[in-house]
Design a protein around this ligand. Sequence first.
Ligand SMILES: Nc1ncnc2c1ncn2[C@@H]1O[C@H](COP(=O)(O)OP(=O)(O)OP(=O)(O)O)[C@@H](O)[C@H]1O
Length: 890
Amino acid sequence: MRRRYLDAMALVQRFGKPDIFLTMTCNPHWEEITRELAEGQSPQDRPDLVARVFKAKLEDLKDLLFKKKFFGEVAAHVHVIEFQKRGLPHAHFLIILKSDYKITNSDQYDEIISAEIPDNDKYPILHDLVIKHMMHGPCGVLNINDPCMENGSCRYHYPRHFAETTQQGEDSYPIYRRRNDGRRVRIRGAVLDNRWVVPYNPYLLIRYNCHINIEVCSSIKAVKYLFKYIYKGHDRASIVIEAAEDDAVINEIREYRDARFISPPEAIWRIYSFNLSEMYPSVIQLQVHLPNMHLVHYKDSEKLEDVVCKGSSSRTMLTEYFRMNSIYSYARNFLYKEFPEFFVWNNSTKSWKRRKQRIQVGRLVAAHPAEGERYYLRILLNHVRGATSFEDLRTVDGFVFATFREAAERRGLIEADCSISDCLSEAATFAMPSAFRRLFATILVFCEVKNVRELWGKHFEAMADDFQQGSATDKESIEQMVLRDISDILYSMGKDISCFDLPEMLDGTELAGSNCREVIEEMSINIDPEHLDLYATLNCEQRLAFDEIMHHVLQKKSKVFFIDGPGGTGKTHLYKALLAKVCSMGLIAIATATSGIAASIMPGGRTAHSRFKIPVNIHDDSLCSFSKQSGTAELLRRASLIIWDEVAMTKRQAVEALDRSLQDITGVLSPFGGKVIVLGGDFTQVLPVVRRGIRAQITDATLKKSYLWRCIKQIKLWRNMRAQSDPWFSDFLLRIGDGTEESIGQDYVRLPDEIVVPYIDPKHSVSKLINDIFPSLGQNGISPSYISTRAILSTKNEYVDELNEKLIDRFPGEEQIYYSFDSAVDDPHNYYPPEFINSLTPNGLPPHVLRLKINCPVILLRNLDPFNGLCNGTRLIIRAFQENAILMQK
Ligand SMILES: Nc1ncnc2c1ncn2[C@@H]1O[C@H](COP(=O)(O)OP(=O)(O)OP(=O)(O)O)[C@@H](O)[C@H]1O
């Protein structure tokens, strides 16, 4: 039996998730069919004719979709055409669009898909076609015998719910707009409304006059479902083409590219056609087997001894890959999975040969973690280049490990049980005890440590080192001192030491009552003397703002201010002056910002979410999650001034939650419980993120749409203090922000030639960009400030990863590689192979392969410890590294 494989995940990996799912079903009453029928014949009598016409329509559809780019430029597509004995021929298409044409929000869904009955007066033809082809059922209570009924309900979930607007569905398809507009139609004896409309594209429906269902694949989770659907129950990772399971008469599979085959009426065929565009090469499955545990094929007529002795029986793709590596230095440049791109496998001679034309993509046959050694062998093959034998693969730093697991662990490719402990042991060699305790606390908070007490016991000495040098000599006192320090650190990270299995902290060692801990912490923030002098430097708008705010603080007069200023107009400068002044008077001023990075540049700054305990999933009536008796509540009650920077980019519901909570804890029913609040931000910068939200939804989420906006006093700062030396640029930015700069269409602005790196082609332009920004990158001895005062910004994580690869290549020094340990939750069947998960680049996670060099800059992607300035966006410099620990400096 001939089989062809296609790796669905490889497709997604290479081109991204599919965007559109389209099903077209043959209309047996197409004119092209009916006019050729002889007197008394029905379409069922002429399957050849039906198939031919259907094929012609499909060709036309493919031309429209792929050449004429009906939905935009197509990166790749898969389609399956089914001719069955029962039912009409139909075709399924999965279409992956190029990145510029991705369909991402519900406005775009509405442009291409409708799920409503059209107005009969305005669109009579379309109205008739929808009734004829796109109404589901009736099923359910209207017709319990409809073929779609399964266990008493419709397999396709009809009737759907009415929906006023199209929305992003949680896991799979969007919820299309199906308004309850009173339109009804009588179909097969039942009265149906918009809830029964199968989503369609009006143009395609009119053009093809048949059932043609279009769906947008709204999330990556839909991919799994779609691939399963399109390949009906086959393995989701490797798709196998074979006969329909219910077929008793098939004795051969025939496969025709582009569905040129016309099925004979007596057979039941599925014709699969994979046409992944010219760019997408075929996929070859690469064998992964343990030594001498490969499959050997032989004929019934062959003698087993002969089979075993035959030289070719011991040769496999893998053993030959090793052999090629041992004799051919060029071969050693590639991973096993990359091999088929450069070498071609000849199955009859069982050997690899240098490839001359047409590339192929390799994919290693899957292995489940439960398979043990084969799974670890596969991991090694996915990461190690040029191995010449199984033993070579087990060799790391000259040492031959007994198992593939140990070798993978040693290479840092799988998480070892002792990774965390090793990290601490390594860190102990370069971290001071106080920094070491901070690392210990950070690990407790972020690493889900299973045996905390064991970790504590093992690393106590290193954590206690500085206390042992001091006056306390007995172990218990020192232990209490370490515990207290860790407790303080944990507290500043919003955690309580009692949540961790550590030795008990004695009462006396607690600071003055846990309720006041936040207050004490806030009161102990050091005031930078320079900040006290900032008042003298304020420009006149800043000074007016300062005076008015201070007046309210001193008079304890309730007021909410919004410092409205474009970037660089000195908002932070003003906050620093205010914070210093209020704190110097012994009053409490709380500094927060929406992002960690903005919080970290204000003394004592915390993210608003952590300081006010704002719930992550926020709703219109949410409250902050602190109780009236908590330390946070006490701190807020005592605060004379609360600053929240970058409020323009937070959802209004978060600010409203703080308003309600402050009213609750203070008992004062005026905005924010009568406090003096300074909000700041710039609505021309980043707005709140509403995932896949349309403009209206984003605008609705901003503070300007809040009930609070009416009682907020706006203070405008307009003088750009940052770009004083370049007033032209500062004006240019302001014009873009205000929307007064001439634009091309609605969204584009022409940048002056002087600030643009001209585009030649991707390779040279990127190289020129790097040379322009980092001209001395390759030189030894470049200073950290050289690196940290320049940056290349990019719009997508994948571009950032690409640029980082190029930059780190040029960076001087020896590199250290770190691999992430990625796994899918809720995937007992290992449908998501590790290399697929590793290839994803979601927000907030580093790439799977992280290449670092001493003195190279890195950006922290998590709010590890915002109170101490370690937050999402903090830039650090690599100072030293070991296998599990990295020493970084701000
Ligand atoms: N009155 C001032 N005198 C001197 N320098 C100032 C003054 N105001 C602001 N600056 C300087 O201008 C630069 C930008 O100020 P700042 O960071 O406070 O602006 P911002 O409005 O917070 O900007 P962004 O919105 O981009 O965060 C800083 O280097 C700051 O020190």
